[in-house]
Design a protein around this ligand. Structure first.
Ligand code: 13P
Length: 252
């Protein structure tokens, strides 16, 4: 039985005061929740220590939005290592978010190397996969997500992947208010699971595959009801504590 995970990707949002308010609201709100899914928030790096402090002893874990592909400290300007994330209280880190791929040129190989470094450093990578609108319209969805996944499996091995989480985020559904239908999402999740099961049935069955892309309190339950959707990666709605916790309850 896979335990659902709901993670809030705050992207580049927040200020010290806004983050403090949001963390207070999350800590208060989650105190009344029992038996929910695994939960995490992924603030900008600068706010990770504040989140880890405020959410200590709550059911909400903390993660980062990226992680360096290098293990050791050194001349890697702008990067943050898995060791540093761990020391700051992170349990998770995103790798391969479509905004990193599209806006900052991260290749399948770099995403795979970042994922491998996270695993070596004891951070659970949430590996993001997804096709653009033009790729979907060209009928390339399956090929694109399998190519992205293959690069990661090649780097860490199928057994290494057991320590990761996958997130399917169709690029055309991110921040657009246009959600993949539960059936569209389920089809891709099933494809990813089948790809993994062919390599290792136990790991394929156990892999948590999150859906991301305009998940809101009013569409979460129908998405999470799909057999291969094991929770969500939430963008905009995770900046509101009530909305985020409502989505978490829908995954409970
Ligand atoms: P939205 O929920 O704002 O569409 O963002 C999804 C996402 O990119 C989460 O990583």
């Amino acid at each position: 039985m896979r335990k659902a995970l709901v993670a809030g990707n705050w992207k580049m949002h927040g200020s010290r005061s806004v983050v403090a308010e949001l963390l207070d609201a999350l800590a208060d709100g989650v105190a009344d929740m029992s038996g929910g899914p695994d939960m995490a928030v992924l603030p900008p790096f600068l706010f990770v220590p504040a989140a880890a402090d405020r959410l200590t002893d709550t059911a909400i874990a903390v993660g980062a939005q990226n992680v360096c592909d290098q293990d050791d400290e050194g001349a890697f300007t702008g990067e943050v290592s898995a060791r540093m994330l761990k020391e700051a209280g992170c349990r998770y880190a995103l790798t391969g978010h479509s905004e990193r791929r599209a806006l900052y040129g991260e290749s399948d190989e770099l995403v795979a190397a970042r994922t491998a470094a996270a695993l070596r450093g004891g951070i659970i990578p949430i590996v993001c996969l997804g096709e653009s609108l033009s790729e979907r319209e060209a009928g390339e969805t399956d090929a694109v997500v399998q190519r992205q996944l293959r690069a990661v499996v090649d780097a860490v091995g199928i057994s290494g992947l057991a320590g990761a989480v996958l997130a399917y985020e169709p690029v055309w559904a991110i921040g657009t208010g246009r959600t993949a239908s539960p059936q569209q999402a389920q089809a891709v999740h099933a494809l990813l699971r089948t790809y993994l099961r062919k390599r290792d049935a136990v790991i394929g069955d156990g892999m948590r595959i999150l859906y991301g892309g305009s998940v809101k309190p009013d569409n979460a339950a129908e998405l999470f009801a799909m057999p291969d959707i094991d929770g969500g990666l939430i963008g905009g709605a995770s900046l509101n504590a009530d909305a985020f916790l409502a989505i978490c309850r829908a995954a409970g």
